[in-house]
Design a protein around this ligand. Structure first.
Ligand code: ADP
Ligand code: ZN
Length: 215
């Protein structure tokens, strides 16, 4: 599948993307994960991105496009990909359109995860992420806690609250989403690509998306 996942921070894009990779072997491409790895490794991209990320703002489009142009040409993308957290601005979606045209890749669908704001806020403040950069498993202290000592159930490394998950940064991320990313829903709706997914149940969300792809 060649799919874009849209939705506010905390809508579940990362979790849904991981589940979708099991469906047909498509790869998950999360610009957030790629950036966090770069920040941790202290690469030039990571050094440029860190301050924007910690404040809950967006990393400049030029950096993101540089990452994605290279990533989409890696061999594992040939089978398909699930874009999680990209594109996030109108310029990114326009540049993606040109890039996909150049690479002769046709998107199947843009799945828009619709989640009420109260649910989003609750999820983001209770979220914990595995600190192991090659794992990055996501937990929720209420509904899906890590081990009792705070370590990751998958790899045993400590889970942490991300720097951009302070209340201030969370409110900023939601504002940035409304202002910069929500307009993408209309952009793709005009292209007839959008499938709205309103369920809050993970299994149902994945089923809705895969059924729509089979049509
Ligand atoms: P979430 O979806 O939970 O907000 P992500 O892991 O997708 O978080 O992204 C974390 C941060 O990385 C964002 O707040 C932003 O600073 C940066 N980022 C990720 N993807 C993009 C993008 N496509 N454009 C600009 N910044 C991005
Ligand atoms: Zn882990």
């Amino acid at each position: 599948m060649k799919v874009i996942l849209l939705g506010a921070p905390g809508a579940g894009k990362g979790t849904v993307a991981k589940l979708l990779t099991d469906y047909d072997g498509s790869v998950q491409i999360s610009t957030g994960d790629i950036l966090r790895v770069a920040v941790k490794a202290g690469t030039p991209v990571g050094k440029q991105a860190k301050a924007y990320m910690d404040a809950g703002g967006l990393v400049p489009d030029s950096i993101i496009m540089q990452i994605m142009e290279a990533r989409l040409q890696e061999p594992d993308c040939a089978k398909g990909f699930i874009l999680d957290g990209f594109p996030r601005t109108i310029p990114q979606s326009e540049e993606l359109k040109a890039l996909l045209g150049k690479l002769a890749i046709k998107l199947d669908m843009v799945a828009n995860l619709v989640v009420p704001r109260e649910v989003i806020l609750d999820r983001l403040t209770t979220r914990r992420t595995c600190s192991n950069s090659s794992c990055q498993e996501i937990y929720n202290v209420k509904t899906n806690p890590p081990n009792a000592d705070g370590t990751c159930k998958k790899c045993g490394k400590p889970t942490i609250q991300r720097d951009d998950e302070t209340e201030e940064a969370i409110l900023n991320r939601l504002e940035v989403y409304t202002e910069k990313t929500a307009p993408l829903i209309d952009f793709y709706r005009k292209e007839g690509m959008v499938k709205d997914v309103t369920s809050l149940d993970l299994k149902e969300i994945v089923e809705d998306i895969t059924k729509a792809l089979e049509k």
